[in-house]
Write a protein that binds this ligand. Structure first.
Ligand code: NAD
Length: 497
C-alpha cells in the first residue's frame, strides 16, 4: 500500500508526504501542504509538502556540488545503480500503481504497466548510456584545406550540470524517469518537480532511486504548486537545463528561461487521415484505442479524424460500434473510461462539447457527465469553425471532419499550431509516404495510431508541440555538451600502417 512498508518513511506524523533532499525525506518548514484530489471521489486523498524557496535554494546548492563528484563516477558504476533502481521500480509496481489510480484515475492495469515500462526505460537507458557515452570522436587537421596533420582533436560528451525535470500529470512516473535516467547516466544531477496530481506516485518512484543507493543530494524532489514555486525553479540560476513535459505552460517557461538548453514536450492535436482505400476495421480499432485510451488524456491521442467522404459513413458506424463497447466507471475496476483529472478539466471539455452542439455537430452518442466522469463521445460532421476542430480536449471526446480530398486533410493538419504526431490509413504505401512527408508533425504513423513508444524511438513535436527530440538516445545526447581537447604536434605526422 502507498506510504507503508519500505515507503513508510515518506509520510510525516500528520499523514503528509515528505519531499526529498540531501538523500533524506523531509518536512517543509512552511508547515503548509498541498492536497491531492482524487478525480473519482473529488475528495482530498493525499497531501504533499508545500516547499519554500529557501528549501529549493538548499537542494540546488547540493545538486550543484554533488554533480561534480558524480561526473567523476565511472560510467559502469552509474549504470549499475540505474539497473538497481529499475529493478526496485518493477518490484514496487503495486504501491506505485495504487497512487496512479487514486491521484490521476489511471485504470489499474495501465497504472501497473506504467511502473514496469518505467523500469524498462531506466535499464535501457543505462545500457544505451554506457555505449554512446563511452565513445567520442577523433579528428585530424589535414582534412580542412590549408592544414597539415599537426593537430589531433579529441571530442567527448560531458554533463550539463543540474537538470530540472518537470513532468505532467498523465504519466507522472514514466515521463519523470524519461528525464531522470538520461540525466544521471550522462553525469548530471537532477531536481524533480512532479505535477500536483501524480506527486505521490513520483515520490514513491524517487524512493526506489533512494533505495538503489545514489549519492546524497544527487537527486532531489521538491513538491508544491507549479504556479507558486514553478517560476522560482525554472528561472533559478543554478539550473543548467530544463526538461519539461506539459501544455502551454512550457511556452511561457521557454520565454522566461535563461541561456540554457531546453527540452520541451508540449501539447498536440494529432490528426488521423483515412483514405478511401483504407482497411476500415484496422482504422476504427486504432481510432478507438488512440482516441479513448486513458480517456483521451494522452499527448499522442488521436484528437481529430479526417476521413474521406466516400468511406465516412462506414467508418463512423464501425467506430460507434466499438465506442459502445467501452466500459465507463472506476479506475479501480480497470474501466476503459475513467474520470478526467480535475473538475476544471471536465468543465473545459464540456465547453468544447457545448460549442460543437451550438454549431451543429452530429452527436453519435448522447453527451453524459457525472462529476469528472465523461462518457465517450464521437462528434461527426465537425467543421473548422468549431473549437473542437483545433483545441486539445484532453478528454474522451473525438471530432470527425469529413474531407473530399487528401489535400484538404493535409491542409487541416498543417494549419494547426501543434505538430506532435499524425497518422494515415491507406493500403497504398507510396501515397502514405507522400502524405507523411507533407504532414508538418514530428512523427507520422502509417496504419497505426500515434504513439510515443517504444521509448527508444525518437519523439519530437514541431511548432507549439515542442523543442528538441526525445527518446532514450536523443535525451542522453541532449543532456550533454561537447568538450574538445586538441593535441598540437611540432611537426606534421601521418599515421602509417
Ligand atoms: N509532448 C509530450 O510528450 C507530452 C506528453 C504528455 C503530456 N503532454 C501535454 O501535457 C498536457 C497535460 O499535462 P498537464 O496538465 O500536467 O500540463 P501542465 O502544463 O499544466 O503542467 C505540466 C507541469 O508543469 C508544472 N507547472 C505548472 N505551472 C508551472 C510553472 N509556472 N513553472 C513550472 N512548472 C509549472 C505542473 O505542476 C506540471 O508538473 C497536455 O497538453 C499534453 O498534450 C505532452
Amino acid at each position: 500500500m502507498a506510504g507503508t512498508g519500505v515507503f513508510a518513511e515518506l509520510v510525516d506524523g500528520d499523514g503528509v508526504f515528505k519531499y526529498y533532499s540531501s538523500g533524506e525525506w523531509k518536512k517543509s518548514s512552511s508547515g503548509k501542504s498541498v492536497p491531492i484530489i482524487n478525480p473519482t471521489t473529488r475528495q482530498p486523498h493525499f497531501k504533499v509538502q508545500a516547499c519554500t524557496q529557501e528549501e529549493v535554494n538548499k537542494l540546488m546548492e547540493e545538486a550543484k556540488t554533488t554533480q561534480k563528484s558524480w561526473a567523476k563516477t565511472p560510467l559502469w558504476k552509474r549504470a549499475e545503480l540505474l539497473h538497481k533502481a529499475a529493478a526496485l521500480l518493477k518490484e514496487h509496481k503495486v504501491p506505485i500503481a495504487e497512487c496512479l489510480v487514486k491521484e490521476i484515475a489511471k485504470p489499474a492495469k495501465d497504472a501497473a504497466t506504467e511502473a514496469v515500462r518505467s523500469g524498462d526505460l531506466v535499464s535501457y537507458c543505462a545500457e544505451e548510456g554506457v555505449r554512446i557515452l563511452g565513445e567520442g570522436k577523433f579528428l585530424v587537421s589535414d582534412s580542412f584545406p590549408g592544414n597539415e596533420r599537426t593537430k589531433y582533436c579529441l571530442t567527448a560528451k560531458i554533463p550539463l550540470g543540474v537538470i530540472l525535470a518537470i513532468p505532467p500529470f498523465n504519466y507522472p512516473v514514466n515521463l519523470a524517469v524519461s528525464k531522470i535516467a538520461p540525466a544521471l547516466i550522462a553525469g548530471n544531477s537532477i531536481v524533480l518537480k512532479p505535477p500536483t496530481q501524480g506527486a505521490v506516485a513520483a515520490l514513491h518512484m524517487v524512493h526506489c532511486f533512494h533505495l538503489a543507493g545514489f549519492p546524497k543530494g544527487l537527486i532531489s524532489c521538491v513538491t508544491g504548486r507549479g504556479s507558486e514555486i514553478g517560476d522560482f525553479l525554472t528561472m533559478h540560476p543554478m539550473v543548467n537545463c530544463i526538461s519539461f513535459t506539459g501544455g502551454d505552460t512550457g511556452i511561457a517557461i521557454a520565454m522566461k528561461a535563461g541561456m540554457i538548453p531546453l527540452q520541451m514536450e508540449l501539447g498536440g492535436k494529432d490528426a488521423c487521415i483515412i483514405l478511401d482505400d483504407a482497411d476500415l476495421d484496422l482504422a476504427a480499432a486504432n481510432i478507438v484505442k488512440g482516441g479513448f485510451s486513458y480517456s483521451g488524456q494522452r499527448c499522442t491521442a488521436v484528437k481529430v479524424v479526417l476521413v474521406m467522404e466516400s468511406v465516412a459513413n462506414a467508418l463512423v458506424e464501425k467506430v460507434k460500434a466499438k465506442v459502445a463497447k467501452l466500459t465507463v466507471g472506476l479506475p479501480e475496476d480497470d474501466s476503459d473510461i475513467t474520470p478526467v483529472v480535475t473538475e476544471s478539466s471536465a468543465n473545459f471539455i464540456e465547453g468544447l462539447v457545448v460549442d460543437a452542439k451550438q454549431k451543429g455537430a452530429t452527436f453519435c452518442q448522447e453527451y453524459r457527465r457525472e462529476g469528472n466522469l465523461i462518457w465517450p463521445l464521437l462528434l461527426d460532421n465537425v467543421r473548422p469553425d468549431m473549437r473542437i476542430a483545433w483545441e486539445e480536449p484532453f478528454g474522451p471526446v473525438l471530432p470527425v471532419i469529413r474531407i473530399t480530398s487528401v489535400e484538404e486533410g493535409i491542409h487541416h493538419c498543417n494549419a494547426s499550431n501543434f505538430g506532435l504526431q499524425g497518422c494515415v490509413f491507406t493500403r497504398d504505401i507510396s501515397k502514405a509516404i507522400l502524405i507523411s512527408d507533407a504532414m508538418e508533425t514530428g512523427t507520422v504513423q502509417i496504419n497505426s495510431a500515434p504513439a510515443r513508444g517504444p521509448d527508444h524511438f525518437p519523439f519530437q513535436g514541431l511548432k507549439d508541440s515542442g523543442i528538441g527530440s526525445q527518446g532514450i538516445t536523443n535525451s542522453i545526447n541532449m543532456m550533454t555538451k561537447i568538450k574538445t581537447t586538441v593535441i598540437n604536434l611540432p611537426t606534421p605526422s601521418y599515421t602509417m600502417g
